[in-house]
Write a protein that binds this ligand. Structure first.
Ligand code: FAD
Ligand code: NAD
Length: 465
């Protein structure tokens, strides 16, 4: 058996693992990363990036279809558009390929050794990797577990055949005629909306009382309205019970307790993701757990000395940018820097139509935390740029402490507002007050002006409403 040793071993080359390894390499830490599938992990291969590619294609198709139907109203006529999903998927795969080979290149440039294969702990300092050319033993002073997450399954709806997860949904060769989506959270809504725009008849089944229960109701209302406009049926307080005997329909228990059959060519199950805590020799270690995820402290240390965990395997929020920030921090800690998790916020963005951004506390969450708040909300219907984008159904909202105007939270819903996430997060991270945002010149015409106006509004000085 081949043997190597290193100062840092990273298991999993998703956003958490690859960022950790690149930074460690840059800092001169002798680093090895092991990946059993492809560099880039869930995010680059079957998550963030491919889903956004599909959403973009669906948006372009829906715009062309609206113009063809004469409902676009912007003076452009086109013939009826067609979508060849296999070619769209090939285009998406090209983007994924460029990014994943880019990650491999960045790792090499940082001097990181990449080992392809499945890693499993033998003990706290030794990991065995099953590679194509045989077993490899890696001894490491520090190990980072970055094994990510996988789609959760429902016992009544096991994946297989026409019951698919997001991974299969991102690789379909044709648009399903009828698509049932179980779970009205991030993935169900992002992909459900995309498939509806590409022509599928979509039904979304959500167990809770409303879609996207992790966001406040005011933020999700414009999204719910748009789902209706797109002809998507949304069943809330409804539970998927399984497939009908012939396999051509999803059986759902509705809010009133009655069963309903939803004719479906495909059933997409998007009921959350589970940390990958098996298959890498956890049984050889003594790690404290936090429910299904690995327990970590503010330096991403696990309960075993020299073993860290980052990203989805450490639980919610399962977001790529959180995994990356943890990875960067752990690399610096291993390199001997004094670091701890001191982030004021982790932005959340949902790429629905319209998009949702939430950073920091919502008004309800701030009040529930015992804060006296001022809230300023500016409608995008009063923003010129939003009108030109055709996305007036939204708003920007700023939540600040009533006494010293320190900004506690910023939310927005609207077309393309995801790009405002950077300004929102920066404001919170820098400890901005309402006056700082109001006093910053925001370029005209941009939707960012809505951010400034929301701050003006909270100060009682709105100009454009
Ligand atoms: P992962 O990306 O899951 O990577 C873990 C890696 O570890 C994998 O490559 C796996 O093969 C490898 N691995 C596991 N076990 C072993 C082993 N024993 N040996 C070797 N390698 C191993 N997040 C966002 O922030 N924004 C989005 O827009 C977004 N969209 C998403 C859309 C979809 C459809 C999905 C499914 C997820 C989306 N996410 C999004 C979530 C995001 O993908 C994850 O939060 C992110 O990938 C987590 O990174 P990670 O490094 O923790 O794990
Ligand atoms: P999710 O947690 O966002 O949503 C799951 C939904 O399924 C919830 O609303 C839940 O109430 C519902 N549900 C659970 N069991 C059900 C049942 N039996 N019947 C009907 N509904 C049921 O999970 P997801 O959409 O699978 O996404 C997984 C994770 O991936 C997210 O939590 C997020 O961390 C990440 N993600 C992020 C983005 C983004 O940042 N834009 C996009 C996609 C995924």
């Amino acid at each position: 058996m081949k043997e190597i040793s290193c100062r840092l071993l990273v298991i999993g080359a998703g956003p958490g693992g690859y960022v950790c390894a690149i930074r460690a390499g840059q800092l001169g830490v002798d680093t090895v990363i092991v990946e059993m599938a492809k560099p880039g992990g869930t995010c680059l291969n079957v998550g963030c990036i491919p889903s956004k590619a599909l959403i973009r294609a669906a948006d372009e198709f829906a715009l062309a279809a609206a113009m063809a139907a004469g409902t676009g109203h912007i003076g452009i006529s086109v013939a009826e558009p067609k979508i060849d999903l296999a070619r769209t998927v090939a285009w998406k795969d090209g983007i994924v390929g460029r990014l994943t080979s880019g990650v491999a290149g960045l790792l090499k440039k940082a001097g990181v050794k990449i080992v392809l294969g499945r890693a499993a702990f033998r003990d706290g300092k030794t990991v065995e990797v099953e590679t194509e050319t045989g077993q490899q033993l890696i001894r490491a002073e520090n190990v980072v577990i970055a094994t990510g997450s996988v789609s959760a399954e429902l016992p009544a709806l096991p994946l297989g055949g026409n019951v698919i997860s997001s991974t299969e949904a991102l690789a379909l060769a044709k648009v399903p005629g009828k698509l049932a989506v179980v779970g009205g959270g991030y993935i169900g809504l992002e992909l459900g909306t995309a498939f509806a725009k590409m022509g599928a008849k979509v039904t979304i089944v959500e167990a809770m009382e409303r879609i996207l229960p992790q966001y406040d109701a005011e933020l999700t209302r414009p999204v719910a309205r748009r789902l209706g406009d797109l002809g998507i049926t949304v069943l809330t307080s409804a539970k998927a019970k399984g497939l009908a005997a012939k396999g051509d329909a999803l059986v759902v228990e509705r809010a009133d307790g009655k069963d309903e059959r939803i004719a479906s060519d495909k059933v997409l199950v998007t009921v959350g993701r589970l940390p990958v805590t098996e298959g890498w020799g956890r049984e050889e270690l003594v790690l404290d757990m936090d429910g299904r995820s690995i327990r970590i402290d503010e330096q991403c240390r696990t309960s075993m000395r020299g073993i860290y965990a980052i990203g989805d395997v450490t639980g919610e929020p399962m977001l790529a940018h959180r995994a990356m920030a943890q990875g960067e921090m752990v690399a610096e800690i291993v390199a001997g820097h004094r670091r701890a998790w001191d982030k004021r916020c982790i932005p959340a963005v949902c790429f629905t139509d319209p998009e949702i951004v939430s950073v920091g506390l919502s008004p309800e969450a701030a009040r529930a935390a015992g804060k006296q708040v001022k809230v300023g909300q500016f409608p995008l219907s009063a923003n010129g740029r939003a009108m030109t984008l055709g996305g007036e159904a939204g708003f920007v909202r700023v939540v600040a402490r009533a006494d010293n105007h320190l900004v506690l939270g910023i939310q927005a819903v609207g077309t393309a507002v995801s790009e405002l996430a950077a300004a929102f997060a920066l404001a919170i991270e820098m400890g901005a007050r309402l006056e700082d945002i109001a006093g910053t010149i925001h370029a005209h015409p941009t939707q960012g002006e809505g951010f400034q106006e929301a701050a003006f509004k909270a100060l009682g000085l709105a100009l454009h409403v």
